[in-house]
Design a protein around this ligand. Structure first.
Ligand SMILES: Nc1ncnc2c1ncn2[C@@H]1O[C@H](COP(=O)(O)OP(=O)(O)OP(=O)(O)O)[C@@H](O)[C@H]1O
Ligand SMILES: [Mg+2]
Length: 577
C-alpha cells in the first residue's frame, strides 16, 4: 500500500521517516517511567532503605520522560501531517491532470458523486496511512516488541506468557479482516451509489420541484441512504464480535501475569521485584498493540480506496500526439468516422470535408449525432474507427493544447464556473487585457444584461452559472469563443436560448466573427443555416447528403421534409460569398 502512495510523496518522504523516528523516541519516553517506578518500588519490596534524593531524581526523570514524549510525539505528528497533506495535494493534482486527458465518457459514466468521493473522502483517508498508521503504527509495534524482549530477559516464562494474548488478539484481528473483506465491496458500492444519488438529487432539485415529484425522487434518495445504512451495519456486525475479542484479550496481559507470577513467587521460582517489573512493563503492551491494530483494521478499507483511485488513474487517456499543429491549412476532414459511447455505435461512417474559410452546417433530427460529431472534432472522445484531420494532420497526432488552440467550441450544454463573468470569459484567452475581454463581451451582446447586474461583468456567475438565464450563459460562452479567436469555430445550438430580438443581434455578431474562419454550425432552425456553404444532413449517425441549400431542396427528400416543417422565425442568414 505504501509502495502505491510513495511515488506521490516526493521530497516529503523524509518527513514521514522523521515522524516515525520521533514517535518511537516519544513512545520509549512514555514507557521508561515504568522502569523508574520499578526502581523505586523494588528496594521497598525488599525492605531496603532508600533516601529521598534517590526518589526525587527518579521522579524528575519521569517528568523529563513525559516532556520528551510530549515534544517528540507532537513534533512527529506535525512532520507526518506536513508529509501527508502534501502527498494528498500531489495525488489530487495528478488525478486532476489524468482526468483532464481522459475521454469525457469515462468521467460521466462514473458519476459526479463517485468522482467527488474519490477526490475528497477516499484521498483524505490516505492521511490516516501517512500521518498516523505509518509513524504511529511503527512506534506502537516497536514498543511491544521491545517490552516482550525485555520480559524474556527478565523471565523467559513470563515472556512466553505475554505472547498468549498477543497471539489470540492477532488471530481475532485476522478473522475480523477476513469477514470484513467479504462485505466491503457491498459497503463501498452502496457508499458510491449514495453519493451519486445525493449529487443527482441536489442537481435535479429544480426538476423535482417543478414536476412535484418529491415523493419519487425522495424515494430513490431514501433507498440509497437506507441501503448504505444496511450495508454499513452488516459490515460492522461481522466485525464487531472479533473486535470485542481482541480489544478485551489484548489488555489482559496483566491479568495473566499477576496470578501466574504470584504462584511462581510462592514456589520460589520468581522474586517479587521481577514480578513488579514485568507487571509494570505489561501495562504498556496492551494499549500500544491496540493502537497499532486499530490502524491495521483500516488497511483493507485503505487498500480498497487506493485500488479505486488507481483504477481511475489508470483509465487509458485520450490518444494524444506530441507535435504542435503542423497542418497546411484549416481544412477539416472527417474520414469514415465510427464512434460509440460505451458499446453502442452512434456514428456509423461519416465522411465530410469542410474547406478553410467556409461554413458547414449540420442539420438533422434530435439524436442523429450532430453534437457527437462536434465533440469528436474537439477530441472529447477517441474514435472507434476513422480519422479527423485539420490541414492534413490527424488531430490525434497533435497535443490536446495544440488542437485547443485551433478550435473554439461553444457547446450545447453551457457551463460557467462560479467566478466572475469576467473570469469566465477570460478562460478563452488567459493573457487577454481587460479591454479585449470587454470588447468580446460586447460583440457577444452581453452589454445589455451586464447593465442589469449589480456588478456588471464582475458579477459572480453562481454555481455552474445558475444565476444567469440560458441565453445569458450562451452569450458568455460565445464571448469566450470570440476572445479565443481560433481559426476553426464550432457552434452547437449557440443561439437556441435567445429571444428573437437578441438572436438577431447575436446572429449579426456571429456573422462578423466567423468571417474567414472554418465553421461548423449546428442549428435546429434551418433558416439560420440556409446560406451555409455546405449543409450536411444527418440521420441515424450517418451523413446522408451534403450540399448547398438549393441543391438539397431538389435532391434530398429528408432535407426538403425538414425545410417544409421548419417554422423558424430566425433572421440570421450566413452571407453569401
Ligand atoms: N454521453 C452520452 N452517453 C451515451 N450516449 C450518448 C451520450 N450523448 C449522446 N448519446 C447518444 O448518441 C446519439 C447522438 O446524440 P447527439 O447528442 O449527438 O445528438 P444530436 O443530433 O446532437 O441531438 P440534438 O439535436 O437533440 O442535440 C443519441 O442517440 C444519444 O442518445
Ligand atoms: Mg445536440
Amino acid at each position: 500500500m505504501f509502495k502505491k502512495v510513495a511515488p506521490y510523496m516526493g521530497e516529503y518522504k523524509k518527513y514521514t521517516v522523521w515522524a516515525a523516528i520521533l514517535m518511537c523516541i516519544g513512545i520509549i519516553a512514555n514507557v521508561a517511567p515504568y522502569f523508574f517506578l520499578y526502581q523505586i518500588i523494588s528496594p521497598l519490596t525488599r525492605g531496603e532503605h532508600i533516601d529521598i534524593k534517590y526518589i526525587f531524581i527518579r521522579v524528575l526523570l519521569v517528568a523529563l520522560c513525559e516532556m520528551i514524549f510530549a515534544f517528540s510525539y507532537v513534533q512527529g505528528l506535525c512532520f507526518s501531517h506536513v508529509s501527508a497533506y502534501n502527498t494528498l495535494k500531489n495525488i489530487r493534482i495528478s488525478l486532476q491532470r489524468k482526468l483532464e486527458k481522459q475521454p469525457l465518457g469515462n468521467i460521466q459514466n462514473l458519476g459526479t458523486g463517485r468522482i467527488k468521493k474519490i477526490f475528497t473522502d477516499d484521498i483524505d483517508m490516505i492521511e490516516i496511512l501517512l500521518a498516523h498508521a505509518i509513524p504511529e503504527g511503527i512506534a506502537n509495534i516497536f514498543i511491544p516488541v521491545l517490552i516482550i524482549i525485555l520480559m524474556f530477559i527478565v523471565d523467559w516464562r513470563l515472556g512466553l506468557l505475554s505472547l498468549v494474548p498477543l497471539f489470540v488478539g492477532m488471530l481475532a484481528m485476522g478473522m475480523m479482516m477476513k469477514a470484513g473483506m467479504a462485505k466491503m465491496n457491498d459497503y463501498y458500492e452502496s457508499a458510491a451509489r449514495m453519493n451519486n444519488t445525493i449529487v443527482e438529487y441536489v442537481n435535479g432539485m429544480e426538476v423535482v420541484k417543478v414536476f412535484n415529484k418529491d415523493g419519487d425522487s425522495y424515494k430513490k434518495f431514501g433507498e440509497t441512504v437506507r441501503a448504505y445504512r444496511d450495508f454499513t451495519i452488516a459490515w460492522y456486525k461481522v466485525c464487531w464480535p472479533w473486535m470485542a475479542v481482541y480489544s478485551s484479550v489484548l489488555p489482559c496481559l496483566t491479568l495473566l501475569i499477576l496470578p501466574i507470577g504470584s504462584s511462581m513467587i510462592l514456589s520460589n521460582a520468581l522474586t517479587l521485584d521481577r514480578l513488579i517489573l514485568v507487571m509494570c512493563m505489561s501495562f504498556a503492551v496492551g494499549p500500544s498493540v491496540l493502537k497499532a491494530l486499530s490502524f491495521a483494521g483500516k488497511f483493507p478499507q485503505l487498500n480498497y480506496k487506493i485500488d479505486e483511485l488507481e483504477k481511475l488513474m489508470d483509465n487509458p487517456p485520450l490518444k494524444e500526439g506530441n507535435s504542435d499543429f503542423r497542418g497546411e491549412n484549416r481544412d477539416v476532414v472527417f474520414e469514415n468516422i465510427h464512434f460509440g459511447y460505451e458499446d453502442i455505435e452512434v456514428i456509423h461512417g461519416v465522411n465530410l470535408t469542410m474547406k478553410q474559410g467556409t461554413t458547414t452546417a449540420l442539420v438533422g433530427e434530435s439524436g442523429s449525432g450532430k453534437s457527437t460529431l462536434a465533440k469528436l472534432l474537439v477530441h472529447y472522445y477517441d474514435l472507434n474507427e476513422g480519422k479527423i484531420k485539420i490541414g492534413g494532420q490527424d488531430i490525434t497526432d497533435m497535443t490536446l493544447e495544440a488542437l485547443n488552440n485551433q478550435v473554439a467550441f461553444v457547446s450545447q450544454e453551457q457551463f460557467l464556473f462560479n467566478t466572475s463573468l469576467y473570469e469566465n470569459i477570460l478562460i478563452g484567452k488567459p493573457d487577454a487585457t481587460r479591454e479585449e475581454v470587454l470588447k468580446a463581451a460586447s460583440r457577444a451582446q452581453c452589454d445589455e444584461f451586464f447593465g442589469r447586474l449589480p456588478e456588471g461583468i464582475d458579477t459572480m456567475a453562481g454555481d455552474g452559472g445558475k444565476q444567469l438565464s440560458g441565453g445569458e450563459r450562451q452569450r458568455i460562452s460565445l464571448a469566450r469563443a470570440i476572445l479565443k479567436d481560433a481559426p476553426i469555430i464550432v457552434l452547437d445550438e449557440a443561439t437556441a436560448f435567445m429571444d428573437p430580438e437578441n438572436e438577431e443581434k447575436m446572429n449579426a455578431a456571429i456573422d462578423e466573427i466567423i468571417k474567414n474562419k472554418t465553421v461548423l454550425v449546428i442549428a435546429h432552425r434551418l433558416s439560420t443555416v440556409k446560406n451555409a456553404d455546405k449543409i450536411c444532413v444527418m440521420k441515424d449517425g450517418l451523413c446522408i447528403a451534403a450540399d448547398t441549400h438549393d441543391n438539397l431542396l431538389s435532391a434530398c427528400e429528408e432535407y426538403k421534409k425538414f425545410w417544409d416543417a421548419s417554422v423558424s422565425a430566425s433572421t440570421w442568414k450566413i452571407k453569401e460569398a
